[in-house]
Design a protein around this ligand. Structure first.
Ligand SMILES: Nc1nonc1C(=O)N[C@H]1C[C@@H]1c1ccc(S(N)(=O)=O)cc1
Length: 250
């Protein structure tokens, strides 16, 4: 999968490119992450990418032209990478508090894309004319304002890349994550058998896979009801899960 990130702080992206599961996916060429600095597309000696806002007010606004050239360069890279691009353009996503909140359903569809261009804002944001002309979707990672869109871009890439086939050591693990089946995940345990006098739930040591699966599901239900009742309201159990729930009620 192809990613191009447009940011005036390109060094930040070593945090995702050089470490962990995503770093390994980049090294294995399962993912390509280009980082493009709009300053490289400026024409003045100060490499200006921001200006005072028209109409006054605090802070600075990112200028349209360097970002436009950076996006066009990213589109060229996407084409060179062989991205199968609808209507000739790789989707451009702007990370902003005004976007649709990132969620599992939104992430779930992204791995099917060949690539994405991620636009990271700083300061008060970006000239609205650039957004109107080039941004396909605004995405927010939550209702708070950060100093930059770089961390949200890394959050988005991480959530998408971990769902790509063969990226996680065990593809099944991604299927058992919280939210994937509409519930929070169950508790997990590993060695030692006892920790400060706390034992591991015996069912997990039984080797009885059906009982373990039932116990894990009922723990998900308990945790979801307690912590995210609104998720529980929308939960649609499978036939097997409905049977387990009935056993709980009986
Ligand atoms: N939350 C977030 N989820 O993704 N990005 C988030 C974020 O805080 N980005 C901030 C630096 C940049 C920014 C972008 C847009 C606006 S604006 N004028 O649209 O309000 C304000 C601040």
């Amino acid at each position: 999968m192809f990613f191009a990130v447009i940011s005036i702080l390109p060094e930040m992206f070593s945090a995702i490119k050089d470490f962990g599961v995503v770093g390994r996916a980049v090294k294995n060429e399962q993912v390509v992450i280009h980082v493009i600095n709009p300053r490289d597309f400026t024409t003045d000696n100060y490499r200006r990418i921001d200006e005072r806002p028209f109409g006054g007010g605090p802070g600075m606004v990112m200028m349209a032209e360097p970002l436009e050239k950076a996006i066009m360069h990213a589109q060229d890279l996407a084409k060179q990478a062989g991205c199968d691009i609808q209507n000739g353009q790789c989707p451009v996503v702007y990370l902003s508090p005004q976007g649709e909140t990132l969620s599992e359903p939104l992430v779930a569809n992204m791995p099917s894309l060949d690539g994405m261009i991620l636009l990271c804002g700083r300061y008060e944001g970006i000239d609205e004319r650039l957004i109107a002309r080039y941004v396909d979707k605004e995405i927010s990672i939550g209702d708070y304002v950060l100093t930059g869109g770089e961390l949200p871009a890394m959050v988005l890439m991480d959530s998408v890349i971990r769902r790509l086939p063969k990226v996680m050591g065990d593809d099944l693990s991604a299927e058992q994550d919280s939210f994937v089946d509409g519930l929070l995940d169950c508790p997990h345990y590993t060695k030692p058998l006892e920790f400060h006098g706390e034992a591991v739930p015996p069912v997990l040591l039984s080797g009885h896979h059906a009982n373990i699966a039932k116990w894990r599901f009922l723990e998900q239900v308990k945790r979801t009801k307690a912590r995210r009742p609104e998720l529980w309201e929308d939960f649609q159990p499978s036939k097997q899960q409905a049977k387990w729930l009935k056993d709980l009620e009986d």
